[in-house]
Design a protein around this ligand. Structure first.
Ligand SMILES: *Cc1c(COP(=O)(O)O)cnc(C)c1O
Length: 347
């Protein structure tokens, strides 16, 4: 739909994205700082995120699957691009033709890649999360023999808290590093970067913190909000004391009120956890969400702002740590849930 202007948009702050990446690069204690751009760049739009970070000097990108890689193939010149879930049979033709590398995760994937003479690859070792990756206790020397490994990775399970698992995973990763030779080693995600240079190795892989999520208490104050959802007012109306607002009448007006109906709802990722708890903002004035969030609509109290009217735009308060607290969602869910109906506008 060319020329269509959606009634809801994400204002995306490119300076904030780059400032976050530079802070993470300094903090990580590694020569290189990459970017996890899976799940469409955590909901912001992977192509836009990749373009900005690439211009700023980022040379390592990570997505989950080959569908995501295909959409970014045209931007892969001069960078390392890794597909974290490795290669299934169904992926082989694309993987062999692509400039992206698979992060091999299972003995089956290793065998498949070797049999195809696939060339350069990455390798994921599970050091205690028991998610995806080759078990650190396996005979890794044998498994890795004959592979041309660019980056050997592992992933931290509890880097956002003080957990005995962190030093344990670090020690296991060092052990693996002594056995399996690769050009580079990479352990830390956003929270891992906050645990200091011991965790940095050759390459860090932040995701959430690039996009303004606060992964660890030590990062608070250093990361800037990147995403601001905004929605247009479709109707302004008066509500009389005793009236109820929205589905199931969960909000009853105690006094006469002025409300605005915004074009955003749970189908856009503004989930029902914000019902009666979220806030819209205009010039710093807080406008509380009233009643249930609908699929496509939201009611807010505009009594404090007689001037806002139909067709005006309001910003949704989406400051990630606080919005997570209010909604009961994680900062990751808040970002990756942002739907397809937003115009994504970089500034
Ligand atoms: C998603 C992911 C990252 C980024 O994690 P954040 O917590 O968002 O920083 C890094 N490495 C791997 C393997 C991942 O799956």
């Amino acid at each position: 739909m060319t020329g269509y202007i959606a009634p809801l948009r994400l204002r995306l702050d490119g300076d904030a994205l780059l400032s976050n990446w530079r802070w993470l690069a300094r903090q990580g204690g590694a020569p290189a700082c990459g970017a996890a751009i899976k799940a469409d760049g955590y909901g912001l739009g992977a192509a836009g995120v990749m373009q900005l970070l690439k211009q700023a000097g980022c040379r390592d990108f990570f997505v989950s699957n080959w569908g995501e890689a295909a959409a970014l193939e045209a931007q892969m010149d001069g960078v390392n691009f890794a597909v974290l879930h490795g290669v299934r049979d169904e992926d082989m033709a694309q993987a062999l033709a692509s400039r992206a590398r698979p992060v091999l995760c299972t003995p089956g994937q290793v065998a498949r890649w070797k049999a195809a003479g696939g060339g350069a690859c990455d390798l994921m070792i599970d050091t205690g999360m028991n998610r995806l990756g080759l078990d650190w206790r396996a005979d890794l020397g044998e498994l890795a023999a004959g592979l041309e490994i660019v980056t050997l990775l592992s992933h931290l399970a509890s880097a956002d808290e003080d957990s005995e698992l962190n030093p344990m995973q670090l020690a296991r990763f060092r052990q693996v590093r002594a056995v399996v030779s690769a050009q580079r080693y990479s352990l830390a995600n956003s929270a891992g970067i906050c645990m200091g240079p011991d965790y940095g190795f050759d390459l860090t892989r932040p995701g959430i913190a690039l996009y303004g999520g606060v992964p660890h208490r030590d990062a608070a104050g250093h990361l800037r909000q990147v995403v601001q959802p905004q929605a247009q007012i479709l109707q302004r109306r008066s509500v009389i004391a005793g009236d109820t607002i929205g589905y199931n009448a969960t909000h009853r007006a105690e006094r006469d009120m002025e409300i605005a109906i915004l074009n955003i709802g749970y189908a856009d990722g503004y989930l029902r956890g914000f019902s009666g708890r979220g806030t819209a903002l205009v010039d710093g004035v807080r406008l509380p969400v009233l009643g249930r969030v609908s699929m496509d609509l939201l009611a807010v109290d505009v009594g404090a702002r007689p001037d806002v009217a139909e067709s005006d735009w309001l910003t949704i308060d989406y400051a990630l740590p606080a919005a997570a607290q209010a909604s009961g969602l994680s900062q990751y869910e808040l970002l990756t849930g942002l739907g397809k109906r937003f115009d994504r506008v970089w500034a």
